[in-house]
Design a protein around this ligand. Structure first.
Ligand code: SF4
Length: 508
């Protein structure tokens, strides 16, 4: 009897569990471009085009390999509109009663599959290095979950950058070497750009037609949309950018959107690249003497440490995770996140780049857009939906712990031991944004004061009861208490008036 083999848009891997469990001679692979998936948040047009084009090419690849593929295009007249409805339609047509899926990377779709009146098997997604069960076992009985310790387990498990049972270079983590600010002219090793082929060109026309009003520029479109292109992008990164990736990975420059970043997260997250293979390629470059240890280790930590850790958290914490709001923040997401004018140069650059590229690197996300949202008390659910919508690499299992947890502290400290907040001084140190800003980063009060300076204290004071006892934050409260009373009053009243203007929709 025919079974349906479900392949989702972020499961484009030849060796994915559902395909391994399938029988080419009798089963039908189901792939569907559906309205529900394209619209549950207003995705960036580049992200939609990326996924749809990669799905179409993956389906061709499966057909070439002898699979029967029932593929539904977004504009097919009989498109049933959702993954569940498409499976039911295909079950009707083929008489299939069984569905084999690889477990989706979000609770929403897991529940959708569970609710089907068919026998659905959701196999563990073993493209990841740690299984959900392995993570749960590691987490059991620990008072706090910290990536660093989990990461060491993953180093041991994979043997990456290990000398026997010791870490290469005698330490696990070289982050202290990786915080150099940058100067213009250092970089220019942008990610590999791929010209759209006929398949992508057709998808671009479709997306322009259906999603042209979404936030984000569809063209120029330069992402790879197949495995070969993704591997070329990885090679390009390792050859040109990896050697200096580590040292400058937290830097930001107004005229260089990519610096030495790999921009392969999107390829990993839809399955065109596998986490272990990219880490092995980087470890080999280190072993050949083509990249320093701080770069190789920093990269590998992002993949087998952070990426695996946040996935573990997402599944450990359960379906309510993305809607948590531990700090009770409820301000509406300001229009500047959707491109409305702002006088804050750092935000203006981060958002403009997001609009054009569907990409910003981790410090732009964490310390500019994320930091501002947290300081200003924006509703973390709205922040979460924004990140999920605007970045080509954003899928809920990875985006929610990064946003709701690490960036917004809305999980109350599951992911991070303290909130990631800073005044303008951090942004000034790590970027060249402040020189071109209408605000003055050195000013602490008054109309020209950098809003990050005002809001930093406002945030700390709003949440004093929660954070004062945190050993990593007590010092800040002591600094505040020692400040001149008149200055403290001015900071808070300037912050209040800034927030009022923000909420009123004024250009800030
Ligand atoms: Fe951003 Fe403040 Fe610097 Fe302006 S002065 S770019 S608002 S950190």
């Amino acid at each position: 009897v025919t079974r349906l083999i479900l392949i989702l848009g972020d499961q484009l891997t030849d060796t994915i569990a559902a395909l391994r469990a399938a029988d080419k001679d009798r089963d039908v692979v189901v792939m569907a471009e559906v309205w529900a998936e394209a619209t549950y948040v207003p995705h960036h047009p580049k992200k939609i085009a990326f996924v749809l084009s990669a799905m179409r090419k993956f389906a061709s690849r499966l057909r070439d390999a002898g699979w029967t593929v029932a593929y539904t295009r977004l504009d097919d007249a009989d498109n049933a509109g959702s993954i569940a409805a498409e499976l039911l339609r295909r079950a009707d047509a083929t008489g299939a009663k069984d569905v084999i899926a690889t477990q989706p990377g979000e609770w929403r779709l897991i529940a959708e599959l569970d609710a089907l009146p068919l026998k659905v098997t959701q196999l563990p997604d073993d493209r990841f290095i740690a299984t959900n069960a392995e993570f749960a076992k590691w987490a059991e009985g620990r008072k706090t979950l910290r990536m660093e310790y989990f990461y060491r387990e993953m180093r041991r498990k994979t043997g990456l950058l290990m000398d026997g049972d010791q870490p290469a270079g005698g330490q696990w983590n070289f982050d202290h070497d990786n915080r150099k600010p940058a100067k213009g002219g250092l970089f220019g090793k942008a990610p590999l750009r791929h010209d759209p082929d006929d398949v992508t060109a057709a998808v671009l026309d479709l997306v322009a037609d259906r999603f042209g009003d979404n936030f984000g520029s569809l063209r120029p479109f330069w992402f790879a949309t197949d495995r070969r292109g993704a591997l070329a992008a990885l090679d390009h990164f390792i050859t040109h950018a990896l050697p200096e990736f580590g040292a400058f990975q937290d830097a930001m420059l107004a005229d260089d959107r990519f610096l030495n970043h790999a921009v392969i997260g999107l390829y990993l997250n839809i399955g065109l690249l596998l986490p272990l293979e990219v880490c092995e390629a980087v470890a080999k470059a280190y072993a050949r003497g083509e990249a320093p240890l701080n770069s190789a280790e920093g990269f590998i930590r992002q993949i087998i440490g952070w990426r695996e850790f946040v996935r573990g958290i997402y599944f450990l914490e359960g379906p309510d995770y993305a809607s948590r709001n531990a700090l009770g923040h409820d301000r509406a997401l300001p229009a500047l996140y959707w491109g409305a004018e702002t006088r804050m140069n750092c935000l203006s650059h981060a958002v403009a780049q997001t609009r054009e590229e569907a990409y910003a690197h981790h410090i732009q996300r964490l310390m500019v857009t994320g930091n501002f949202a947290l300081l200003a008390g924006i509703d973390p659910g709205a922040v979460h939906e924004w990140y999920l919508a605007v970045y080509a690499d954003a899928f809920e299992w990875v985006e929610a712990p990064n946003t709701v947890g690490m960036s917004q502290f809305a999980d109350g400290g599951v992911v991070g031991s303290k909130p990631y907040v800073s005044s303008g001084a951090y942004i000034d140190r790590m970027s060249d944004y402040c020189g071109g800003c209408a605000y003055k980063v050195k000013e602490k009060t008054g109309p020209d004061a950098c809003p990050f300076n005002l809001l930093y204290w406002h945030f700390l004071l709003r949440h004093r009861a929660r954070f004062e006892g945190n050993p990593r934050m007590g010092q800040m409260y002591r600094t505040w208490d020692k400040m001149d009373a008149g200055r403290r009053k001015a900071v808070l009243s300037d912050a209040d008036s800034f927030l009022n203007r923000l909420s009123a929709g004024d250009t800030v």
